[in-house]
Structures are given as C-alpha cells and as structure tokens.
Design a protein around this ligand. Structure first.
Ligand code: NAP
Length: 260
C-alpha cells in the first residue's frame, strides 16, 4: 500500500534506538524526510547513517539534545520548523514506590512524558492545520490502559497527556490533522532488556532466563519487535489514516485482558 506521505517531513523524537528509531525507519521507507533526536550523539549518528544507507532519497537530519528541555525542543524545531508529522517520544520515568517520590521526581516525569509532547504540539499544530495536513503520534505506554504499580510516575504523567489529547484531537481533524496515541506493551528494545536484566539480578537468574520467562507471559508468547511498532506508526501517519483521531491504540500482543 502506498501510504501517500512521500516527501513529507517528520520530527521523530528520541529516535536513535528502540521504538523511536523504528518509527523513523518506517517513515523514511515511505519517503518521508526525517529529523531524528536523541541525547547521545554517537548512537544518533549511527542510526542516521543506517537510514541514509537504506533510503538514500530521503533527507535525514540529526539533532543531538535532550528533547525534554526547552533548548532540545528549540533545536529540533530549528532543524525542521514545519513538520507534517510529529512523533512524540522520550525515555520513561524510573520504577519505584510512590512513598519515595519527591515533587522533583514528579515534575521530571511530567516534564518528559506530558509537557514535552504538549509543547511540541503547541509549536507545530497550527502550521499543520494551516497546511491542511498533520499527523501527530504520541508514544505512551500500555500502562495508560492497565497501570503497572511500580511505574506510577509513568502511569500518572502519560495519563495526563492522554486526557489532554482527548480534548484537542477533536478540534484539529477539521483541518486534516490527527493526534493519536500508540501504546506499546513489551517490545524488544534496550529498555525492556535493561528492565529484564535488573529483574533477573534481583531473583538470581540470568537476563536470558528473565527475558524468556517474561516473553512467555504474553499471549503472543514473545515480545513485539520494534519494526512492528514502526509500521503501525507509519500507517497512523499516512494519508489513508485521516479519519482516525483521538485514539489510543495498544500494540501489546493481546496482553490487555479487557473486552474493550
Ligand atoms: P530505548 O530502547 O531505551 O530507546 C530510547 C530512545 O530515546 C533512545 O534513542 C534514547 O537516546 C532516546 N531518549 C531517551 N530520553 C531522551 C531525551 N530526554 N531526549 C532525547 N532522546 C531521548 O526505549 P524504548 O523501548 O524505545 O522506549 C521508548 C518509550 O516507550 C519510552 O518512553 C518507554 O518508557 C516507552 N515504553 C516502552 C516499552 C517497551 O517495551 N520497549 C513499553 C512501554 C512503554 P539517548 O539515551 O541517547 O537520549
């Protein structure tokens, strides 16, 4: 299927690795010019080079910086001032016990996983509406639908974003600008492998054993692969997906147990 977005421009936040990287690859595969961001310049340069090699006809721009800071966002917007597509993403907050979280911990989580996407939407959505095309995808988490107790900072901040988006996504579609959430369940990325390693260490088993046990718990019997996430993202960003807005789509191998 031709997704109809060849030549469009995208900012893909937090995209040197994992899910963000996969979204950038899938969009570039559709002929979208991509601006990538991440804090670590080395991994970012490696991903950018890989995408250039895979899809030589698209322009790949790297912006090293922390997207959760005003400077990081300004740099991304300077590199791509009029994006047609915005993929909001950043690292997730650490796990823990809510009794130990300070106000600063909460502000950090809300800054990264709620206010950063809102600021980037604020900076780009009016231009998209004026140009009559825009696709905004917020990478959140399955924890928005089924909270994970130790990830309370994530549950709270991401639910705040989701509630805010529910209000505006019905206001932008009149100008062909859609805003949706993609909710990952367990995907085979550095983050998931890091969490499994820490879990394994606590229980005295290897990271491989911890990973295999976790994968078996999913109805699919495996983790999702990042490219499966990237392709779903590209579809939501496509010209074909103009009637989908304000949705929160789980990609979790069926892990969420509810009927609706
Ligand atoms: P990952 O493999 O660790 O990759 C994270 C990417 O984001 C890296 O490129 C990282 O590069 C970049 N990044 C992190 N913080 C950043 C910041 N402040 N500014 C700019 N770039 C930043 O993680 P992932 O698994 O793809 O996860 C992506 C998001 O999905 C996270 O919010 C995570 O909590 C959420 N999620 C993931 C899963 C899963 O199973 N993988 C499940 C549920 C939710 P630098 O470190 O160099 O900046």
């Amino acid at each position: 299927m031709d997704l109809g977005i060849k030549g469009r421009r995208a900012i893909v936040c937090a995209s040197s690795k994992g899910l963000g990287r996969a979204c950038a690859i899938s969009l570039a595969g559709e002929g979208v010019h991509v601006t990538l961001t991440a804090r670590g310049a080395e991994a970012l340069a490696k991903t950018a080079a890989e995408i250039r090699q895979m899809y030589p006809s698209v322009t790949v721009t790297e912006v090293a910086g922390d997207i959760t800071t005003p400077e990081g966002r300004a740099a991304a917007l300077k590199a791509c001032p009029e994006p047609d597509i915005l993929i909001n993403n950043a690292g997730g907050p650490p796990p823990g016990d809510f009794r130990n979280w300070t106000r600063d911990d909460w502000i950090k989580a809300i800054d990264a996983n709620m206010l950063t996407p809102i600021e980037l939407i604020k900076a780009t959505v009016d231009g998209m509406m004026a140009r009559k095309f825009g696709r905004i995808v917020n990478i959140t988490s399955g924890a928005v639908k089924a909270p994970i107790d130790v990830l309370g900072l994530s549950n709270g901040a991401r639910s705040g974003l989701t509630g805010f988006i529910a209000g505006i996504a019905r206001k932008t579609i009149i100008n062909n600008v859609t805003i949706n959430g993609l909710l990952p369940g367990p995907f085979n990325t550095d983050r998931l492998r890091g969490v499994a390693k820490a879990e394994g260490e606590k229980r005295g088993v290897s990271a491989e054993v911890a990973l295999a046990e976790r994968a078996k718990l999913n109805p699919a019997g495996r983790f999702g692969e990042p490219d499966e996430f990237g392709e779903a993202c590209a579809f939501l960003c496509s010209a074909k997906a103009g009637f989908i807005t304000g949705q929160n789509i789980l990609l979790d191998g069926g892990a969420y147990p509810g009927t609706f």
